[in-house]
Design a binder for this molecule. Sequence first.
Ligand code: SF4
Length: 350
Amino acid sequence: MTTTTSPVPAVSKAATGEPILSIENLTVEYRDSRGRTVHAVAGVSFDLFEGETVGLVGESGCGKSTIAKAVVGLAPIGSGTIRAFGADLASMNRQQEKNFRRQCQMIFQDPISSLNPQRRVKHIVAEGLEILGGLGKGEIAGRVEKMLAAVGLDPANARDRRPHEFSGGQCQRISIARALAVEPTLLVCDEPVSALDVSVQAQILNILQDMKSRFKLTMLFIAHDLAVIKNVSDRIVVMHLGALCESATPDELFENPLHPYTLGLIRSIPRPDPSAEIERAFAVGEVPSPTDPPSGCRFRTRCPLARDVCAQVDPEMVEHSPGHFVACHFPLVDGGDTSSRLGVAEEISQ
Ligand code: SF4
């Protein structure tokens, strides 16, 4: 096992070259309506390399969407750095900021409210191109048609209509067309399918996968559903209450979960077989308030494996095996099959 050297090390795949996006020791805090400080993101670090999709997963309120917003400049960075395309977001000059705005686009959770209801689809999709400048009207109109067709909408039928005339899934297609019209390199997808029906979810995921290979995108994909994340990610990063728990490839994470919270998430995935035995929840209790997070490990009040040290020392991310990182003083026993690890964990939790 390799202990990483910095206090909150980057969670990186074994990759060469500079990451496209590098988040280091990111902290985001804000005041709630009662004036209390919400510790939304606490010292998060990870990298995103060209061409890969990193899936960021965790329960609602764990800070994953705050990270997405910080990346695109919609949430204030308290401390730490976000570097994108080699430049620090906090100290970009005007030209660098303009380049970044083109290169990094975001898709939001609620497709309907993310589109201006007053505007026609052709204007919504063209807006980014008009702001960035450099293209004539004819070229913009051509790009809009191309993007609408790419996301499976009939340009002739869609271009003059307004968002309320479309379903949620169609609105998300328009959002994707709008984001990709400016030819970005990095796409931040913040829960892009969680507001959609299951059948539509699959269509949107397929479109995103298709767009990724067609436009050579790098993606930060955020979701609370580990089953969704598994299918789209090259690497998964698990978050709980503003802090990172674990990171690995999807297969490794599902076969060898090391953090008790990851195991809880895997167990919470519904099974299609009605005769399957329902497994006991592994994580216990409510998520603590981010205004008053537990000392030490932020998962300790819900963790059946917690010991005294867990309340005293915040576990660092360590590389347990190549490319598999975990922040836990007592990662689940490895070297055996899943059931034996579960057995050990459950025995301790009795
Ligand atoms: S550090 Fe302790 S409390 Fe936190 S997940 Fe590991 S065993 Fe549980």
